[in-house]
Design a protein. Sequence first.
Length: 114
Amino acid sequence: MSEWVLVEVDDIPEQGGKGLEFATASGEVRPIFIVRKGGRLYAYLNRCPHTGVGLEWMPNEFFDYDRNYIQCAMHGALFAVEDGLCLRGPCMGQRLQPLALEMRREGCFVKVGP
Ligand code: FES
């Protein structure tokens, strides 16, 4: 059974983000983050493909200085917001793991489990 969670997204500003953690039914903790750009929301697993660490440099801060790309705070890798592709840095060519996101009548749902 897939695991979807309801996430509050009204507090995510344009070119801003939000980090969250969820426990799956199997007990695994899944760190995720959601960012908004161009009025659209994108959800990813909060693990850098370089070493697996979380990306934010402060709570809920996932963007680079110009707020155009997602940036990993550890070694500065830059990722496209739209598809999670690493465009610069030690994991260039790899991707963040995208998570399905659906807007339903009840709100924004993100798929955190299989
Ligand atoms: S851990 Fe993210 S760029 Fe190295």
